[in-house]
Design a protein around this ligand. Structure first.
Ligand code: 13P
Ligand code: 13P
Ligand code: MG
Ligand code: MG
Ligand code: MG
Length: 368
């Protein structure tokens, strides 16, 4: 029996500045979703990280389904109106297109969805990050599914030994490539090390035990810059990962976030900084509009019910990572407007600096 998990997210207004969202956004979302529960959707959970509202929906309508996306659109639109009413920052911001035409893809919001045959038992973790970009999940996805030092299951679980297949998107040219782990990990790393351009979209099992076309992980890869044609905030991605029984254990999935690796997208979408794993109560941006944060919500999934969430990073086991991240944040911040804190010149062209740079470049004269 197949089910679908859809995680749909948008920044449609925030307080204070780009810090967080008002409670009414989640209440409005829940009110609307209650209307559809038992009919178009089986179950849901509403959450947020920083200024991004996340809808986690369980249904059986498949990926990129018009009815499901329309429900999310209704929620984002209603909250945009509330945001305008409240004079919030960036009201309606991520809803670049105002009329729904069948899919949220290309309209501004981020989308991560997977349809799969429900296993018994089935555990998933939903990740959502703020002040960063799609490729921010490249590092942990590689760790979870390709690095035995993170995931010893790759060595000792017979169903994991065939490895995993990675679907990588070139976000600049809207093309994709499939690479097999372990035999092609050097090629994989050559690409996904450039997280601004190459993002791991999906990971598939290679074991004969599971359908090879049903993903074990999927992330959102929408780029606001492309969709808006100018800087419109950061993409702030979401990701779904399935756990256990031939897939990484829950602990192997979380372990990938135990190192506060650097991500692109802090302050004005123009700075690199360490990714801080946080509990829901700390899911709001403060210092320098960050540091970039990620939450992890664990669910046990039945065909028509989500049991959870467990707030997986709400644990002292991640205090060391958080303290390290804060130390790194302080170190990198001293670079001010210099690289590698500030993003590369090429990347700066997707921020508000573009028109300034375009003019400045005109002023250069030849050196005789
Ligand atoms: P339990 O014995 O607590 O079920 O642990 C299983 C395990 O090793 C998970 O990694
Ligand atoms: P958001 O994409 O989260 O709105 O971030 C804007 C920003 O960079 C604030 O400094
Ligand atoms: Mg914002
Ligand atoms: Mg955001
Ligand atoms: Mg954003």
């Amino acid at each position: 029996e197949k089910i679908t998990i859809s995680v749909l997210k948008a920044d449609i207004g925030s307080l204070v500045g780009n810090s967080t969202i008002p409670e009414i956004f989640e209440e409005t979302a829940s009110d609307i979703l209650d209307r559809y529960k038992g009919e178009k959707i089986f179950d849901y959970f509403v959450s947020h990280v920083g200024d991004d509202l996340n809808l986690i929906l369980l249904h059986n309508k498949g990926e990129n389904n018009r009815e499901i996306h329309e429900i999310a659109f209704e929620i984002f639109k209603k909250n945009s109106e509330i945001a305008k009413e409240m004079n919030l920052y960036g009201a309606g911001g991520d809803l670049i297109k105002k009329e729904f035409t069948g899919s949220l893809i290309g309209m501004g919001p981020g989308v991560a969805e997977m349809e799969f045959t429900l296993r018994s038992p089935e555990s998933i973790i939903v990740f959502a990050a703020d002040k960063t970009e799609s490729g921010a999940f490249n590092y942990p996805l590689f760790q979870m599914f390709a690095n035995p030092f993170n995931t010893p299951g790759l060595v000792i679980d017979p169903d994991m030994r065939p490895g995993f297949r990675f679907e990588v998107w070139d976000l600049y040219n809207h093309k994709r490539i499939y690479l097999n782990s372990p035999e092609e990990i050097y090629d994989l790393l050559l690409l996904v090390g450039t997280s601004e351009r190459f993002a791991i979209k999906r990971v598939y099992p290679r074991s004969d035990k599971y359908p090879k076309d049903e993903p074990v992980a999927v992330s959102s890869t929408e780029r606001l810059y492309e969709e808006a044609g100018k800087y419109a905030g950061k993409d702030d991605p979401v990701m779904i990962v399935r756990a256990q029984k031939g897939f990484p254990a829950v602990g192997e999935i979380l372990e990938a976030f135990s190192f506060p690796y650097m991500v692109n997208g802090w302050m004005r979408g123009s700075y690199w900084g360490p990714l801080l794993p946080v509990s829901l109560k700390n899911a709001r941006a403060t210092r320098f509009d960050g540091p970039p944060r990620v939450i992890a919500l664990g669910f046990q999934v039945k065909k028509d019910k989500l049991y959870g969430p467990e707030d997986m990073f709400d644990d002292p086991a991640f205090d060391y990572t958080r303290n390290k991240a804060l130390e790194i944040a302080d170190y990198i911040r001293r670079h001010g407007p210099f690289e590698p804190h500030r993003v590369s010149y090429e990347d700066l062209l997707t921020t508000t600096a573009k028109p300034i740079l375009d003019k400045l470049i005109q002023r250069f004269e030849d050196i005789k």
